[in-house]
Structure formats: structure tokens, C-alpha cells
Design a protein around this ligand. Structure first.
Ligand SMILES: O=P(O)(O)OC[C@H]1O[C@H](OP(=O)(O)OP(=O)(O)O)[C@H](O)[C@@H]1O
Ligand code: HPA
Length: 176
């Protein structure tokens, strides 16, 4: 399948504005307490960096890779940790940062896994939420934008590993 066209859904300016708002909201919640941001690679790398800059609480950034999607636009449904955290999160305020929640499978698996490591608090922030696609319930604390059931690329999100570097978020039109 080839991409015919990418239609802009969220501009760079809209994303930047929303990231600032989320940063302010999150900073209010943690105040002077440290918070450990867990960036779920690869998709949330752009969002994590921009959001971290807008949080005024002391921030630690850790990375984790989880695999659930094969090539293209469909989820395999099987989630596995490809690269785990290099540090303990016991007793820490943990905020998981995602680019998108679609079926909910990845985050539901991940949150259950992280809970067993005894963080002080465990919250979830996603830039995009596609509730129409939900198969598994996930409790999301902070959402950037709710989007319809369309495949999106840009600002970290890929189609077959490409288009992550687009500064905006767009819906893809696939060639018939
Ligand atoms: O709610 P779900 O249906 O589980 O989908 C959400 C997951 O899919 C995407 O990751 P992907 O597996 O595409 O990896 P990537 O971040 O490396 O692109 C996204 O970053 C989430 O982790
Ligand atoms: O719409 C999407 N785009 C890119 N990656 C994704 N992973 C889940 N949903 C999506």
C-alpha cells in the first residue's frame, strides 16, 4: 500500500499550543515533586521532548520500547517489551508519555507491567486519543487531542517507519 496524500489535521502551531497547556497542567499537579517521564519509543520521542520543556517540576526522562504493530496500519495485538527501563521506578512519580492510544492494548499491557514495579504514582499522558478504536479500557490522565478513526502520521507517528519527521499531524490517503 502506498500513500497518495497526507491531509493536515493538526498544524504545528496547534500542537505547540496544546503541548504548552498540557505542560502547565502537569506542572500544577506535581509542583516541586520530581516526576519521571517514560517515553515510549519511537513514536512519542518528539512529544516527550517538547512536553518536558514545558514542565516546570524536576524531570527525569527514561525510555522504553514496546512492540505491538507490524508494518503498515494494523496492530498485531501481541505486545512485548523490546527495550526495558534501565532504572528502578520504585517510589517515583511516573508519567508515561505516548503519542497515540488506539486499541489500548499497548498501554493496558504496559501500565499493568509498570504497576508491579511499585511507583509512588503512575499516570498516563497521550498526545492523541482515538477512542473509536478502543478494544481494551485504559485510564488516560492527560489527552492532547481526541481524533477520529483515521490513520495519522507526523510528529513522531509513522507509516512503515516513515513520516515521523513531519512537523504536523496528518490523515493519510492510501492509493487504491
Ligand atoms: O493502542 P494501541 O492499538 O496498542 O496502539 C498504540 C501504540 O501504537 C504505536 O506504537 P507502534 O507500535 O506503532 O510503535 P512506534 O511508536 O515505534 O511507531 C503507539 O506509539 C502506541 O505505542
Ligand atoms: O494512526 C496511527 N498512526 C501511526 N501509528 C499508530 N499506531 C496506532 N495508531 C496509529
Amino acid at each position: 500500500m502506498k500513500i497518495k496524500k497526507i491531509n493536515v489535521h493538526l498544524t504545528e502551531e496547534q500542537i505547540e499550543q496544546r503541548v504548552r497547556e498540557l505542560g502547565a497542567e502537569i506542572s500544577k499537579v506535581y509542583g516541586d515533586e520530581p516526576v519521571c517521564l517514560i517515553c515510549i519509543l519511537k513514536g512519542s520521542v518528539f512529544f516527550t521532548c517538547e512536553l518536558a520543556k514545558r514542565i516546570t517540576s524536576p524531570v527525569e526522562i527514561e525510555f522504553m520500547s514496546v512492540s505491538s504493530y507490524g508494518s503498515g496500519t494494523s496492530s498485531s495485538g501481541v505486545v512485548r517489551i523490546v527495550n526495558d527501563l534501565g532504572t528502578s521506578i520504585e517510589g517515583k512519580n511516573v508519567l508515561v508519555i505516548e503519542d497515540i492510544i488506539d486499541s489500548g492494548r499497548t498501554l493496558s499491557y504496559l501500565l499493568e507491567n509498570l504497576k508491579t514495579r511499585n511507583p509512588k504514582t503512575l499516570r498516563l499522558c497521550t498526545l492523541l486519543d482515538k477512542p473509536d478504536r478502543r478494544v481494551v479500557d485504559v485510564n488516560v490522565d492527560y489527552v492532547g487531542f481526541v481524533i477520529p478513526d483515521e490513520f495519522v502520521v507526523g510528529y513522531g507517528l509513522d507509516y512503515d517507519q516513515k513520516y515521523r519527521n513531519l512537523p504536523y499531524i496528518g490523515f493519510v490517503e492510501i492509493e487504491e
